[in-house]
Write a protein that binds this ligand. Structure first.
Ligand SMILES: [Zn+2]
Ligand SMILES: [Zn+2]
Length: 448
């Protein structure tokens, strides 16, 4: 990998996009006929059945007022019934087929407990609305929907076919997914509070004008306003030093899929949502438009993180698609602090933060300095005095040998450290890997 001529070095000044390497992980794969799929299906359905039963038993505390307005508790009992019997069926299949006895037992015991507590026959009782209920109903419905829909989508149209569902840190992201859903009433309450406090800033003539517009036009306005607000709060979280550690949690994901997008620090989640809600209320779009926007925004934000190789055609130049948002998550230098938009690419083009190399996807995801890897350590991360001096990720020794060989050759040719590190960056190596390689190179001089 040594340069022999300066022209080769000059050629490297064009960023050398690398293909992402996704290793096969047979031990993490779902293989038909092994009982593993049944075991996981049983645990998922068993746990969801059990928490749903609790939601039926204590609806005042465990269900969401806004959600109850949308679904019919009695009809959902039919889904619960099928869910519980399926959990039992899959549990038994997993148990006898030697899939995983432990998981099968968890699936079976949660389902049996759900049956014992009354199961799908619990009478739908009247609800005494509580302001701060926990959104268990929302979590159960949403998780089931996401697993079925997005996992299928990623399996049918994967960007990386070898990427497994049970990839590294999926449990961590599931915790984030659960927390985001359970706290839904907190988000709604804070949003309402903020709107209430900002009544003075609302202009009635503007709102009346907006509401006189056709639904579709209002929808476009809502998307653009939300995107503008989202863009700037996002950019501020990247650029302001004390805010970055909050947002860095979202960037700590190193494998992208539908679940990865859930990872976010609660403080940033709240600020981001409240900011967008305020923006939409100030312009005063109709309730129906707001509802349509929320659905659109939720689907798009999940999709953007997916391991999805769908060709989007010209849409990808206007709307944010997985390839565009994956670049936002890249730790490669040309992509750092780019692609802040959530819905459209318009504001990134307008404000000079657009990075969308045709035909290329990132080779590396994550932050340039690695964050701690557990939920609570990530929660505490922004509050740690020394939050910036993080432990760098460990680069594999064979890679260090490769880069340091390159460093020695470049030094022999009289290149300065800055030139070498610039070239390595352009070759796609993340900053912390380059630092480690320099250190490695200085300790391991090649034999003359
Ligand atoms: Zn970001
Ligand atoms: Zn993201």
């Amino acid at each position: 990998m040594a340069f022999n001529h300066l022209s080769e070095y000059a050629q490297l000044m064009k960023y050398d996009y690398q293909e992402r390497e996704v290793a096969q992980q047979p031990d993490r794969e779902f293989v038909y006929g092994t009982g593993k799929i049944s075991a996981y299906a049983s645990v998922l359905l068993g746990c969801l059945s059990l928490i749903s039963v609790f939601a039926y038993l204590y609806p005042s505390y465990l269900t969401t007022t806004d959600m109850r307005a949308v679904y019919d508790g009695e009809q959902l009992q039919i889904i619960l019934k099928y869910g519980m019997w399926s959990a039992l069926f899959f549990g038994v299949v997993a148990f006898v087929s030697n899939g995983s006895k432990k998981l099968a037992l968890i699936g079976l015991s949660t389902t049996i407990l759900a049956f014992a507590l009354g199961g799908y026959t619990i009478e739908v009782s009247p609800v005494e609305p509580k302001n701060l209920a926990i959104g268990v109903d929302w979590l159960a419905l949403s998780l089931l929907g996401h697993v079925v829909f997005f996992t299928s989508l990623e399996k049918i149209f994967p960007k990386y076919r070898d990427q497994v569902i049970l990839r590294k840190e999926w449990k961590l992201d599931l915790v984030y997914f659960a927390i985001n859903h359970l706290l839904i009433t907190t988000f709604i309450l804070l949003g309402n509070y903020a709107i209430h406090r900002l009544q003075w800033a609302m202009s009635l003539p503007l709102q009346e004008y907006i509401q006189s517009l056709p639904f579709f036009v209002q929808f476009i306005i809502a998307v653009l306003i939300a995107d503008f607000v989202f863009y700037w709060q996002h950019r501020v979280f990247h650029k302001v030093k004390i805010l970055w550690p909050f947002h860095a949690v979202h960037h700590s994901v190193e494998t992208m899929d539908w679940l990865a997008g859930s990872r976010a620090h609660i403080v940033h989640s709240i600020i981001e949502r409240v900011a967008v809600v305020i923006g939409l209320h100030l312009i005063g779009v109709e309730k129906a438009v707001l509802d349509a926007y929320i659905i659109f925004a939720a689907i798009q934000s999940i999709t953007n993180h997916c391991n999805l190789g769908i060709p989007w055609g010209p849409i990808k130049y206007i709307l944010v698609t997985p390839q565009f948002h994956h670049w936002h998550h890249s730790s490669e230098r040309p992509a750092l602090d780019t692609n802040f938009g959530a819905h459209t690419t318009i504001f990134d083009r307008m404000f000079g933060s657009y990075h969308f190399p045709e035909g290329h996807w990132p080779a590396h995801y994550g932050t340039t300095k690695r964050l701690p890897r557990t939920f609570f350590s990530q929660l505490a991360h922004p509050f740690n005095a020394d939050g910036y001096d993080l432990k760098p990720r460990q680069v594999k020794k064979e890679k260090l040998v490769k880069i340091s060989f390159y460093i020695h050759n470049a030094k022999k040719e009289g290149k300065t450290a800055a030139q070498i590190s610039g070239a390595l960056t352009l070759m796609g190596w993340p900053a912390d890997a380059i630092d480690q390689a320099f250190e490695f190179a200085s300790k391991n001089k090649p034999a003359a």
